[in-house]
Design a protein around this ligand. Structure first.
Ligand SMILES: [Zn+2]
Ligand SMILES: [Zn+2]
Length: 170
């Protein structure tokens, strides 16, 4: 979405609301095992506050990836938001880039770019199909959510494990 800020700056309006969607194709995940599914939804507003311009946006998206423990395909939904000050672009260098500032160029705000940046920075580090996912057996690869394998011989009683640590600490 392109927002014509000049029009808004000149108007008597104090608030410029917006909402829209971005096609999942616009998101370059750089990872084959990670996909945004369904359009990325956003809504928010630009506010005139004491001669400055502040933007707020709420973003919702759904992605599919593999569970970090059992590798089952898992869909997760994320709600995130950002708030920033709007400034005229002065061609910032990399070091100058500031998370709290959003730049517009010649009166036009290219909003999608910032929505996609927020999606990237809000991606969870790790996705689980279920918080209690038991994962796969290290030895035989059995899905421990569905079956029990016969690798339990190496099971160490937690009390003995403590004792082992005790001796190692000495
Ligand atoms: Zn899992
Ligand atoms: Zn096993």
């Amino acid at each position: 979405m392109k927002i014509d800020l000049i029009k808004f700056f000149k108007s008597a309006d104090k608030v410029y609301p917006f909402n829209g969607e971005i096609s999942p194709d616009a998101f370059d995940s750089k990872n084959d095992e990670f996909q945004i599914i369904e359009p990325i939804g956003y809504s928010g507003a630009i506010y005139k506050v004491d001669g400055s311009y502040i933007i707020n946006a709420d973003i919702q998206y759904k992605y599919e990836t593999k569970c970090a423990r059992c590798f089952k395909n898992t869909v997760n939904e994320v709600n995130t938001s950002f708030s920033a000050k709007l400034e005229e672009n002065h061609k910032p260098t990399e070091e100058e880039e500031d998370d709290d500032i959003i730049y517009y160029e010649e009166g036009i705000l290219y909003l999608d770019k910032y929505i996609l940046l927020e999606v990237t920075s809000s991606l969870p580090m790790k996705t689980l199909c279920d918080e209690n996912c038991k994962g796969l057996c290290d030895k035989c690869g059995a899905d421990l959510n569905k079956e029990r394998c016969n690798c339990e011989d190496d099971y160490i009683d937690p009390r003995l494990e403590k004792l082992k640590d005790f001796f190692l600490d000495e």
